[in-house]
Design a protein around this ligand. Sequence first.
Ligand code: PGA
Length: 247
Amino acid sequence: MRKLAAGNWKMNGLTAALTEIVALCRAHPAPACDMLICPPATLVAQVAAVAQGTGLALGGQDCHSAASGAHTGDVSAAMLKDAGASYVIVGHSERRTDHGETDAVVLAKASAAQAAGLVPIVCLGETEVERDAGETLNVIGRQLTGSVPDTSTADTLVIAYEPVWAIGTGRTPSLQEIAEVHAFLRQRLTARLGTEAAGVRLLYGGSVKPSNAAEIFALPHVDGALVGGASLKAADFGAIVAALSAA
Ligand code: PGA
């Protein structure tokens, strides 16, 4: 399995930020892991042009569940693909919170992504209240059941475990807590998808940075990271790519 370092720029990045893409591709021309940036939709085509011929893959941060139609302001999976994307994040907790996206909505988006030939990165994660109540695995299990398409294979699905309370806060679960959730995810996916589950990349996300990446990547069933803040600077994201390549 090729591991995956995925950067999520969220609602950050104007044309000037393309210099970070150039720097990243120069510093890591042939990384030993897959390297992905999900810029805002406005930049996907430009980043694709800059990244052409390099090892960098492109992704969207969300897509609509419909293939096309009267959905003002939305972007379809086919549009992202047309602009140069090969992945799309779906069900990020910021979408679930800001836009009321349910598991059913996330499932429809993930299915639309797969139908258009994009690999969905399906995000799951508990809130701090849920973790404190001992509900973490119940929540993750429910989200996994509700938002992952049944027909997924190792090549058409990535899962990102992102505890909501660890996103953008500088706080992370203990290594043992991350390992526990990832082992649970692999077990549940195996029950669901059979042998394909072994090849599905399971990413950890939430305050991953150069200083903690190596210890997280050393954990079993952690096959990469979904990185927010630390993906905006080529030097920081490059250090995470290097740590994953060495893991
Ligand atoms: P963070 O965000 O790395 O800034 O915590 C991760 C994410 O939301 O994907």
